[in-house]
Design a protein around this ligand. Sequence first.
Ligand SMILES: [Zn+2]
Ligand SMILES: [Zn+2]
Length: 310
Amino acid sequence: MLSVTFLGTSAARPTVERNVSALALVREGETLLFECGEGTQRQMMRYGVSFALSDIFFTHFHADHFLGVIGLIRTLGLQGRAEPMRLYGPRGAKKLLGQAMQLGVERVPFPIEIQEVKPGMTIGERGKGNREGYDIHVFATEHGGGSVGYAIREHERLGRFDPDKARAAGIPEGPLWGKLHKGEPIELADGRKLTADGFVGPRRPGRLVVFTGDTRPCAAVVDAAKGADLLIHEATFGEEEKDRAKETGHSTAREAAQVALAANAKRLVLSHVSARYSISADELVKEAREVFKETVVAKDGMEVDVPFAD
Ligand SMILES: [Zn+2]
Ligand SMILES: [Zn+2]
């Protein structure tokens, strides 16, 4: 299972309808948090996101993306957490998050590990860290201050095993099937030696979820989102404010849609919308869909499942 829950979808400040940025990704029972705007812990309670998480990723350090981590860490401390918490962010993360961790508490009663990331880096490469079955790639975005985005890419899966062919070849159901499925050669009781050829299909791709954080539309995002199952792109403004989007390092809904189209993504979810679209973002949806049909605008509490393509 892989799903994403939008905890905050408003740009710059909260509104009655929308909180500031945060997103929970849940994969095989593991929760990853991306951004942690003010009030995120309450949004997690509201929308049923587990506090048992160990990783928080920040795209940049504008206040609407990280102030909530101070209160969240405090609450986790009160709950008696002992496990380490890992925080990831671009240049400046160590200093800024280090200071934030000391704010308002005597001491945090569990270890905090802060890792600075930069474009091109892979977090949790195979065999490193404790990530099982996926990596997180860091890519550059255009929002100033070394801002980055994150691409969560699952490893390839085994090809499809064909039980009918295995039976027809007289291979008994059981551990030998498992071995073949993993691509290992087997030897039958009658002495025949077989390889996986013909019994197992080609390896199948895993899923790719890409989260941009705040950014202008840019080539680095297109590259990172090539063939993405789900692209989560900011769309702070509509077309009528496209100059403002450019001046402030943000994207319009249409620009985000152009990125999704260029990347050949399967689905696009827009988030980080300006307060003027807080109640209705229909205009943003309309402008984006003219370019890329599979677009929705996120709402707080919205959950998006990401199924395998095959
Ligand atoms: Zn922002
Ligand atoms: Zn920003």
